[in-house]
Design a binder for this molecule. Structure first.
Ligand code: AP5
Ligand code: MG
Ligand code: ZN
Length: 213
């Protein structure tokens, strides 16, 4: 099963993608996580990506597409995957479709986690992320057992550099301009499913499971 998660920054794509990955035993592939891992390890790719991410801009398609195609060509992706944060532009979607068509495959579902902009800015300031394992928390909705410490691995929890309110606003405007057109793209392909992302995360997950079966 190949699934794409669509939705604004902070809509809960990562939260839902992790639950989907676990329930359906497929890998969770997040381009944002791949970039953050590269930044943390100080790679050339990480340094290049950081310039854009810190501004709330998209990393150029040429860089992003290559990384994603390499990742989904790995063995653990043979039985499908859930993509979180890719595609984010029409050209990215077209490259993915072309690559899959060559393999005689296609995306099964594009799930849009719908959350209005007003809710987003509030959510992001409360998000905390683990520097080591990528686990995500929210100081009100999903607090860690011990403040500032990851439940899963014991590492430090941080506020992401791009979660500052000004950058969140920029990311939202980039989302509307460059990513939202994908909703029509996947509607036209007949695979778009929309879920209400404003409700409790377990209720969001329940509507997704209803779609995926
Ligand atoms: P990326 O890491 O993908 O960031 P994003 O799309 O901005 O999305 P987020 O990770 O911020 O939000 P999310 O939807 O995953 O929400 P989450 O589950 O954490 O990308 C970062 C940057 O990398 C981009 O800006 C760009 O520069 C670059 N990039 C990445 N991919 C790219 C690509 N393909 N092309 C070009 N550039 C790319 O939830 C948010 C918070 O809300 C959490 O605290 C969570 O606990 C809480 N929460 C979740 N669900 C609920 C709920 N139902 N109720 C209450 N709280 C909830
Ligand atoms: Mg995410
Ligand atoms: Zn951790």
């Amino acid at each position: 099963m190949k699934i794409i998660m669509l939705g604004a920054p902070g809509a809960g794509k990562g939260t839902q993608a992790k639950m989907i990955a676990e329930k359906y035993s497929i890998p969770h592939v997040s381009t944002g996580d791949i970039f953050r891992a590269n930044i943390k390890n100080g790679t050339e790719l990480g340094m290049e990506a950081k310039r854009y991410m810190d501004e709330g801009q998209l990393v150029p398609d040429e860089l992003t597409v290559k990384i994603l195609l390499d990742r989904v060509a790995q063995d653990d992706c043979k039985n499908g995957y859930v993509l979180d944060g890719f595609p984010r532009t029409i050209p990215q979607a077209q490259v993915l479709d072309e690559a899959l068509t060559k393999l005689g495959e296609s995306v099964d579902y594009a799930i849009d986690v719908n959350v209005p902009d007003e809710n987003i800015v509030k959510r992001m300031g409360g998000r905390r992320a683990c520097v080591t394992c990528g686990a995500t928390y929210h100081i009100e909705h999903v607090p860690p057992k011990k403040e500032g410490v990851c439940d899963k691995c014991g590492s430090e929890l941080i506020l992401r550099d791009d979660d500052k309110p000004e950058t969140v606003k920029k990311r939202l405007s980039v989302y509307h301009a460059q990513t939202q057109p994908l909703i029509e793209y996947y509607t036209n392909k007949g695979i778009l499913k929309t879920v209400d992302g404003t409700v409790d995360m377990m209720d969001v997950f329940a509507s997704i499971v209803e779609i995926l079966g």
